[in-house]
Design a protein around this ligand. Structure first.
Ligand code: SF4
Length: 201
């Protein structure tokens, strides 16, 4: 039998395949919601994603090279996106004294306003998740962390800033952060941590 998760004969007999197909539906949801948001404001989905990312991340991450890794895109494609956002007045470039070819990307007032307006584009997805019990949320979060960590280790997702790939993270019967110097409950684990230090292995 063809063991593709999209082969219904296989999928209907295999829980893992149902989960993969369910995740594919969720990824469609992100595409649809982003597309609706982008039509509303006359920008593209990736332009919205870049604006939201810049709005909520530190200056050193707001460079073309980092954004290319973050969004799994080629650097020239990111540069084009940045150029268009600059022409539309949503961002401005801050050139570095140390290297005149490099620059940081900053939001203008207009860009910040759009980033704030569009950053809740996932609210319809948040609603059913909010209704889950605390235990179900913990289970779901742990499972998703495991899947994402695997995708990162196998090179599918280039950048991660989650506890499981952080040099401050230890597991010894419980999760522990060496920087915060405290045990982390499941709901304390971070997916996107500003203090993340990549584990060198
Ligand atoms: S520094 Fe952040 S990512 Fe690293 S273990 Fe602590 S909370 Fe997790």
């Amino acid at each position: 039998m063809n063991n593709s998760p999209f082969n219904l004969d296989h999928q209907n007999e295999d829980v893992s395949s149902k989960i993969v197909s369910a995740l594919e539906r969720i990824s469609q949801t992100f595409r649809v919601l982003l597309w609706e948001e982008s039509k509303k404001f006359g920008v593209t989905p990736i332009q919205i994603q870049v604006l939201i990312f810049i709005n909520f991340h530190s200056e050193e991450k707001c460079k073309v090279t980092y954004l290319a890794k973050e969004f799994n895109m080629a650097k020239p494609t990111v540069s084009d996106t940045i150029k268009t956002l600059e022409e539309k007045g949503f961002i401005e470039k801050k050139h570095l004294k140390s290297d005149s070819r490099s620059y940081l990307i900053q939001l203008t007032k207009k860009g910040k306003a759009l980033a704030n307006k569009t950053s809740s584009f996932t609210s319809v997805l948040q609603q059913p998740i909010n209704t889950l019990s605390a235990a179900d949320k913990d289970n779901l979060l742990t499972s998703l962390f495991g899947v994402i960590h695997h995708l990162n280790k196998t090179g599918v997702i280039a950048i991660q800033r989650m506890c499981f790939s952080c040099s401050y993270y230890k597991f010894n019967n419980y999760h522990f952060c060496g920087l915060l110097n405290k045990e982390l409950k499941t709901n304390d684990l971070r997916l996107d941590c500003a203090e993340h230090q990549l584990t060198l292995s």
